[in-house]
Design a protein around this ligand. Structure first.
Ligand code: PLP
Length: 393
């Protein structure tokens, strides 16, 4: 059996049509398959590879940590320098109330821990989430996912979850003294890069404060420079009570985090003690890798170039078959008239060595969320392939 057959037989599948590219090497903005074909990576592992694949500083940090220790103890017991230093770096770049970091293995686990924290701190049970939001696939995260199609087969899920319309002022009326937390993406990712209005974000923040509801912002895709600022919430002049991070947080290694005020986070230490436990969360290699990636983002001017690169994409992606281009930072959703058209474009792009895909709740939109280090030359080449595919529909 060849690799493809083994993959299909022994690696659990989540769709009947996986991309099934056999990638043997990844470097910067490029992926290479087993036949030596090169792909420009327009999706960066879905907003993970913000610093590019195998950034030299990340590789060096991993190698250094490999020589010291791997996993040594469950979370929170030992002083592990990579965790301590990364938590310090993160909090130095966040509002003062976001000063305590709980590291997890994934984005979904950050969502799970944060929802427990909100219930524990507020003594309330109701959670408000938004339609067309994606927060992960575990049962709690699935409960707040904004689409019944994906939720339905797995019921019963968490009780007391209310779904509302994102960016609707009317929906804010449902936030009351009964609400433990509101969970929202700062910009809705899988809806096809949909930012809310600044007025709505301000009103959401205000309503949460007035009712003693914790505002939990999911920056798992919007964090680490993707939007042109380090954090997406900076565009809206607000800050959350709990911040959720993942994806680019680990620089290519699995890492998530929820970040809140220490006074809040300390509620996990009593009644019951060990209120949230993880064996591998905050793995030293992942924290070392993530910290070096974050430093690279801050020190190598990656955020500064986001606007210019995004504008280049937008200026090139003009074609009668493209209905619209939605964008927020170096993050674009190219809209076609249907999923079928989008899929034809995606398939042709892949044939031409440009890797892209669609969005979960916007299957008629082609995803562009490349490493922030993508070069002008690669942007032009990738757009050329997209336009050629549009010509030949
Ligand atoms: N939140 C958002 C906005 C996401 O896009 C994702 C993953 O795609 C998650 C949460 C869940 O993260 P993970 O897949 O690491 O569990």
């Amino acid at each position: 059996m060849n690799q493809r057959e083994l993959f299909l037989r022994h690696v659990a599948q989540t769709s009947t049509a996986p991309l099934a590219l056999e990638i043997v090497k990844a470097e910067g903005c490029l992926l290479f398959d087993a036949k030596g074909k090169e792909y420009i990576d327009l999706i960066g592992g879905i907003s993970v590879a913000n610093v590019g694949h195998r950034h030299p500083a990340v590789i060096e940090a991993i190698q250094k940590q490999l020589d010291a220790y791997l996993h040594i103890m469950v979370y929170g017991e030992f002083i592990e320098s990579p965790q301590v230093q990364y938590a310090k770096l993160l909090t130095e770049h966040l509002p003062v109330t976001l000063n305590s970091v709980y590291f997890t293995n994934s984005g979904a686990e950050a969502v799970e821990g944060a929802m427990k924290l909100a219930k524990r701190v507020t003594n309330r049970t109701q959670i408000i989430a938004f339609n067309n939001s994606y927060h992960g696939s575990t049962q709690g995260a699935l409960s707040v996912m904004g689409d019944e199609y994906w939720r339905n087969a797995f019921r019963p899920l968490l009780p007391d979850v209310l779904h509302q319309e994102y960016n609707s002022f009317e929906s804010l009326e449902s936030i009351t003294e009964l609400t433990a937390c509101v969970i929202a993406e700062t910009v809705q990712a899988e809806a096809g890069v949909k930012p809310p209005s600044k007025e709505w974000m301000l009103a959401l923040r205000k309503k949460c404060t007035e009712t003693g509801t914790l505002l939990m912002l999911d920056e798992i895709q919007t964090g680490f420079g993707r939007t042109g600022k380090l954090w997406g919430f900076e565009h809206f002049d607000i800050s959350p009570d709990i911040l959720l991070l993942g994806k680019a947080l680990g620089g290519g290694m699995p890492l998530g985090a929820f970040i809140a005020d220490k006074a809040m986070m300390d509620s996990f230490t009593k009644n019951p003690v060990l209120g949230h436990i993880t064996t591998f969360g905050g793995h030293p290699i992942c924290c070392a890798a993530g910290m070096s990636a974050m430093k690279a983002i801050l020190e190598e001017g990656m955020i500064k170039s986001v606007k210019e690169k995004a504008e280049l994409f937008s200026s090139l992606l003009i074609h009668p078959n493209i209905k619209a281009v939605h964008s927020f930072g170096l993050w674009l959703a190219v809209e076609f008239d249907s999923f079928e058209t989008n899929k034809r474009v995606i398939d042709k792009c892949i044939e031409e060595g440009v890797l892209t895909d669609w969005f979960l709740f916007a299957s008629d939109c082609l995803r562009i969320s490349p490493p922030l280090i993508i070069s002008e030359e690669h942007i032009k080449k990738a757009c050329n392939s997209i336009l050629q595919a549009c010509d030949n529909l």
